[in-house]
Design a protein around this ligand. Structure first.
Ligand code: ARG
Ligand code: ZN
Length: 880
């Protein structure tokens, strides 16, 4: 039996019988139902006759019976919004095919057959951006997870691996460049101004890694010599106007190739590596074999149009997709439940790479901030799922922060327990053993167990149980007492204890020195650890470097956090102590249940701690910038059972204003010092830009009238996007005359530059301005707004949904705006529409009247006719 949506799957499932009465009636796919494919496709040849309005696809599949599967007389070929124009079997027209829903069933008598199918596509009306679609006049593909079935009928599952030969032909003027996976094996002219090219990929791959690009593109070219001395031709393909913004991507690619050789022993395996930048893209980028396709956002960068954060994004995503060549392509996934096998591992690899490029501490803090602001809320809400989910309706909904980021944290814990060297032995064994295979998470864990000599029996629960474990810690007379609790999550009411590694150090309160770090592993509900060498009355530093993705409750003496914020020698732990102090303060300010009341002395101490961060010459500005950032409201909301997002937002802004006033001279001095550092991409200059805008934000919170001209001056003097965007971000939140002028200037300056105009939308939608809702409504009607472009939609509405004071407006208007968007976008691009459900899905954790208003909008969406499977699944889980 096929894991795809077959009637038999539904029949065997009593719950589905009920669901079948509802109009949407989507089928639930279960991990436990996996069976191997009945037929394999060792080879496929594809012929494309390309046109934006009409493309004809002829496939030739060599299919053979899988000796390891149950015998069936039919091969099931998945399809989605396509029809078979002709079906040939062994060269002759085949009459005995049937449709089963979207799938094509072809009967086969013997052990093998040659099946040829013709389909017709209309790329320029494909607004879902899955399969073959048009973007800015070019044609491109996105096949992960299930886009290939929108191109041709095929066993569209990652455990069917084939070698691909692809012939493309089309108009030579419209599509001068024709690219596909692997190496180009031929090309030529045709009559009527047409031409063709043929590509062959020698590495067997699943259909989700197929790619094709046809368009009027130019390339930045370079080459890389691998560790075994082979020369690889590298090219980054863009529209002509963007060619000047590709150097950083190329540099990042070469660094990634070198790093993967040095750090994981992985060498590239084709003669060419192509990257194409596309303006319309649902996600960040895609690791198609030898032909990565990228959202322009993660390719294009120059100082004038890209911020320092954008530069890091390009470097990180280029690395991520390149690293997939081994963790994803050479070893792929058996089924989509194993998604974290490639994504968690590849995120860990890209994080380690970026740590090596940018410095470990700052990168770690950034990664943890994202985890806490996005993954923790996911894990404590209705969409919580283990990093290896047990079921899904639409797999696109499981490209989540849990699968990606928590997945990476789970592997990082293994690495912390094994140590770098032994972990590498484990990954070597994994790559060796499973090269060319479609593997499972279990295969990975077993390889690490054997290669790194680590017992991971109980550790496997990280793959099975959802929810962020809560650990309590108390240190008394040299004894560390730890308890853990894993909260209930949907479908998982009872949890078993996890294996939780924690790096721990004890500090001498008098000398400020630690007696060294050790790793303790908590693997029961409760455990104690004796520290023989503990100084009397020691201060506890725990989960250093964020060893485990948990939340912590530490019993502390007054002054401990201030002590750690000043003395801890682990930069992450030092950052963490200050964050904890701020969180305690803000929860009390917002009147959160159980929070200890603030007094003036607490606030003064906080002011001094921030003052010390500003004064500390030993801190570099990159780290100073991290320490000055107040915890995001999304993470503050996680600290309490039921949150009042508006009160937390106000408390956070209030603290910002107070610090900005209290430390005004020092922030002004910092702004002046940082403004004097000339632009470069060196760490020092980047750090200066980071603290420059932060200083501005604090000053603006304290005194808008005084800060507005300063912000406008930064805007006008800017010779780079980091400074300009930073200044505009501050101005966008101020009800001052400078705001309008700067916004108009920015829009005019960057007219026609989509990525910069995206920023212009996002800054306004994410602003602190009191009229932000009106602004968002106006922007939705702006001539530059397009529902068909995911980057533009996200720049307006994701920025808004993350903007607590807009989204959670007392009127409920913010919720309504996002629900309206979901309903409008769903028929156009369901994958992107479904991403907007999660913010509303937080309703159970939000104080009234917010919770009810959010739920009402979800109910309104649920009642709509013809909802996509994507949105339906997210909405029903959110209400369930
Ligand atoms: N594998 C891609 C990555 O590098 C993500 C592609 C997912 N695309 C999608 N439409 N679901 O993370
Ligand atoms: Zn990935």
């Amino acid at each position: 039996m096929d894991i795809a949506r077959t009637p038999s799957t539904a029949d065997g499932n009593p719950e589905m019988a009920d669901a079948a009465h509802e109009p949407h009636a989507p089928v639930t796919i279960r991990r436990a139902d996996y069976t191997p494919p009945a037929w394999l496709v060792p080879e496929i040849a594809l012929h494309f006759d390309l046109g934006a309005g009409a493309t004809t696809v002829r496939s030739e599949l060599k299919v053979v019976r899988n000796p390891e599967a149950e015998r069936t007389g039919n091969i099931r070929l998945n399809g989605d919004e396509i029809e078979p124009k002709s079906v040939l079997r062994n060269g002759a027209p085949c009459e005995s095919w049937t449709m089963d829903g979207n799938d094509l069933l072809v009967s086969i008598d013997g052990e093998e057959a040659l099946i040829s199918i013709t389909t017709e596509l209309a790329p320029d009306t494909n607004s879902k951006l899955m399969g073959l679609y048009a973007s800015n006049g070019m044609l491109c593909t996105q096949c992960e997870a299930e886009g290939f079935r929108r191109i041709t009928f095929f066993p569209d599952r990652p455990d069917v691996l084939s070698t691909y030969t692809v012939r493309m032909e089309g108009d030579a003027t419209t599509f001068p460049v024709l690219l596909s996976n692997g190496n180009k094996t031929g090309e030529g002219e045709l009559e009527g101004g047409r031409h063709w090219a043929e590509w062959h990929d020698p590495w067997p791959k699943p259909s989700y890694l197929f790619a094709l690009v046809a368009g009027d593109l130019v390339a930045l070219e370079d080459s890389f010599t691998t560790m075994s001395g082979r020369t690889i031709d590298l090219a980054i393909w863009v529209r002509e106007a963007d060619l000047g913004r590709t150097q950083h991507a190329m540099d990042s690619l070469k660094k990634s190739m070198k790093w993967d050789e040095e750090t994981f022993g992985r060498e590239y395996d084709l003669d060419v590596f192509n990257i194409v930048a596309v303006g319309d893209f649902n996600m960040g980028a895609m690791e198609n074999k030898g032909l990565n396709i990228f959202n322009t956002k993660y390719v294009l960068a120059d100082p004038e149009t890209a911020t320092d954060g954008d530069y890091d994004g390009v470097e990180g995503v280029i690395a991520h997709e390149y690293f997939h060549n081994w963790s994803g392509n050479r070893v792929t996934c058996r089924d989509w439940f194993q998604l974290s096998l490639k994504e968690g591992f590849t995120v860990l690899r890209d994080q380690l790479f970026s740590q090596d490029m940018q410095g470990e501490a700052v990168k770690r803090i950034e990664d943890v901030r994202v985890l806490r602001a996005v993954q923790f809320p996911e894990d404590s809400g209705p969409l919580a799922h283990p990093i290896r989910p047990d079921s899904y309706q639409e797999i696109s909904n499981f490209y989540t922060s849990t699968v990606y980021n928590k997945g990476a944290e789970v592997l990082r814990m293994m690495r912390s327990m094994a140590g770098e060297e032994r972990f590498r032995k484990g990954t070597d064994l994994y790559f060796d053993r499973h090269d060319g295979e479609a593997a499972t998470c279990e295969d990975f864990v077993r390889a690490i167990e054997e290669g790194a000599d680590l017992d991971l029996k109980q550790f496997r629960r990280w793959y099975e149980q959802a929810g962020t474990p809560r650990v309590s810690a108390a240190l008394k007379d040299g004894e560390l007492r730890l308890t853990q609790e894993v909260p209930a999550t949907p479908g998982q009411p009872d949890k078993q204890p996890m294996v939780i590694p924690l790096r721990v150090a004890l500090f001498d309160r008098d000398t400020g020195k630690s007696s060294g770090e050790r790793l303790v592993v908590l693997d029961r509900a409760e455990a104690s650890f004796k520290f023989e060498d503990a100084p009397a009355d020691a201060v506890l530093s725990i989960n250093r470097g964020f060893t485990s993705p948990i939340s912590l409750d530490v019993e502390r003496a007054a002054g401990d956090l201030l002590f750690l914020a000043a003395n801890d020698d682990d930069p992450f732990a030092r950052y963490e102590a200050l964050q904890e102090l701020v969180i305690e303060h803000l929860l009390a300010e917002a009147g959160a249940e159980g929070a200890v009341h603030n007094d003036a002395a607490d606030l003064a101490a906080l002011g001094e701690a921030f003052g010390a961060i500003l004064d500390d010459d030993a801190l570099d500005d990159q780290m100073r910038g991290e320490m000055l950032l107040l915890p995001p409201v999304a993470y503050l909301c996680e600290q309490v059972l039921v949150a009042d997002p508006v009160a937390l937002h106000k408390a956070r802004e209030g603290l910002k204003a107070w610090l900005g006033g209290e430390l005004r001279e020092r922030f002004e001095a910092l702004h002046a010092r940082a403004s004097a550092v000339p632009y470069s991409l060196e760490r020092k200059a980047r750090g200066a830009r980071k603290v420059k805008t932060q200083a501005l934000a604090y000053l603006a919170a304290a005194d808008a009238a005084a800060a507005a001209p300063r912000a406008k001056a930064q805007f006008d003097a800017a010779d780079n996007m980091t400074d300009r965007q930073g200044a505009l971000m501050v101005l966008a939140g101020l009800d001052r005359p400078e705001r309008k002028a700067a916004l108009a200037d920015f829009h005019e300056r960057f007219a026609g530059n989509d990525l910069a105009i995206d920023k212009w939308f996002a800054l306004q939608a994410g602003s602190l301005h009191p009229d932000v809702i009106e602004h968002v409504k106006d922007l939705a009607g702006h001539a530059d707004f397009r529902l068909t472009n995911p980057n533009r939609v996200r720049s307006l509405y994701m920025a808004f949904a993350a903007n607590k004071h807009g989204f959670h407006a007392e009127s409920g208007e913010g919720y309504r705006l996002v629900a309206d968007l979901i309903l409008q976008l769903d028929p156009i691009n369901p994958q992107t529409a479904a991403r907007f459900v999660a913010p509303l899905g937080r309703w159970r954790r939000m104080a009234e009247p917010h919770g009810t208003m959010m739920r009402e909008q979800l109910e309104r969406i649920a009642a709509a006719d013809g909802l996509s499977r994507d949105t339906y699944e997210q909405v029903s889980r959110s209400l369930g």
